[in-house]
Design a protein around this ligand. Structure first.
Ligand SMILES: Cc1cc2nc3c(=O)[nH]c(=O)nc-3n(C[C@H](O)[C@H](O)[C@H](O)COP(=O)(O)OP(=O)(O)OC[C@H]3O[C@@H](n4cnc5c(N)ncnc54)[C@H](O)[C@@H]3O)c2cc1C
Length: 302
């Protein structure tokens, strides 16, 4: 790899986690490059919640502010995708999708996750708007609305009970799954939650809003929003290439490390990792300085 640029730290991923790591590292006078593919997990959501001080901001507003803030401390943010990583004598060499390459003494992987949704036509297009996975992110906005929980795994009962906190009108759409039995059925009945058998043929959207689902038999179930369980899946290609999460010189932060964390906890994670990396670098620099000092007359005399 023909390396043209080198940094103390390269941060792969410029979401809340990566930018927070970059902020503390920039303020620590480190040379830092953030490379970001620009697809944060919550991009489809109109607003971001539970971020104290920025409640209700759009995801893009937070990241725009974050980029501006890290820029004040000399951090470079570049759009692009890192496609390869190898460990070198001095740290890491990273290959970019555009053919470029950079090197870093330390590496922060803040690459987030991709949410895999149940395979139902029309769900993906509405994800983050009126197809929802997280009551803490969206529950308030759909409070008192008719909600349909799309059963896709064993947790549909818990999910329905959870969203019941926000609406009295919650229905489980079984979508070919078996009906709840025994204690589960009793808990749902006690909370007034019904279930509807039948496979979902498609999500019905009118005037840019979900109005319900159509079942395979043609029946329409009116719902104002749908609830899904996603599988948050990290891409571990880069991490695997450099030796995994415990490998020296690497920090994995945010959703890439904790898929169920929110924006503020991802930011906190990045901030803490940034301080640890700075500490690690200064230990390395101090050790090098001591070795050099011992070779000086003053050092030899000490
Ligand atoms: C629909 C939805 C709504 C949500 N709403 C909320 C909410 O209201 N409040 C809340 O607290 N949480 C919310 N979340 C969760 C929130 O999105 C995550 O907690 C947060 O985005 C995690 O931040 P992160 O920095 O770890 O990852 P991300 O924000 O996903 O950022 C990762 C970045 O890394 C980039 N990247 C990935 N691979 C590479 C690569 N190889 N090279 C370069 N760049 C790369 C991606 O393109 C992306 O820009 C929501 C999630 C979803 C799905």
């Amino acid at each position: 790899m023909d390396i043209k640029e080198s940094y103390d730290v390269v941060v792969v991923g410029g979401g809340a986690a990566g930018l927070s790591a970059a902020l503390v590292l920039g303020r620590s006078r480190r040379s830092v490059l953030v490379i970001d593919a620009g697809e944060p997990r919550n991009a489809g959501a109109g607003h971001m919640h539970n971020y104290l001080g920025r409640e209700g901001a759009t995801p893009a507003e937070l990241l725009t502010a974050g980029r501006e803030e890290v820029g004040r401390y000399g951090v470079e943010v570049r759009s692009g995708r890192v496609v390869s990583a190898v460990r070198t004598g001095g740290g890491f060499a990273l290959g970019l999708e555009d053919g470029g390459s950079v090197s870093a003494r330390r590496l922060v992987l803040a690459t987030g996750v991709v949410d895999e949704l149940p395979q139902v036509p029309g769900l993906e297009e509405r994800f983050g708007r009126d197809v929802l996975h997280c009551p803490y992110c969206h529950g308030w906005e759909v409070a008192d609305s008719p909600l349909g929980v799309v059963a896709s795994g064993a947790d549909c009962v818990e999910r329905a009970l959870l969203f019941r906190q926000w609406s009295e009108d919650v229905v489980i759409l079984l979508n070919g799954r078996p009906a709840p039995q025994g204690e589960d059925a009793e808990r749902l009945a006690a909370r007034g939650i019904r279930w509807v058998p039948g496979r979902i043929a498609r999500v019905v959207v009118e005037d840019d809003a979900v109005t319900g689902v159509e079942l395979a038999g043609g029946e329409f179930v009116p719902r104002a929003a749908l609830v899904v369980t996603t599988v948050p899946t990290p891409d571990t290609t880069l991490l695997d290439a450099v030796g995994g999460p415990e490998a020296p010189g690497v920090k994995v932060v945010g959703n890439a490390a904790t898929p169920y964390g929110g924006v503020i906890s991802s930011a906190a994670d990045g901030m803490v990792a940034g301080t640890l990396i700075n500490h690690d670098l200064l230990l390395e620099e101090t050790a090098a300085a001591v070795a050099e000092y011992r070779n000086t007359p003053k050092g030899r005399a000490a």
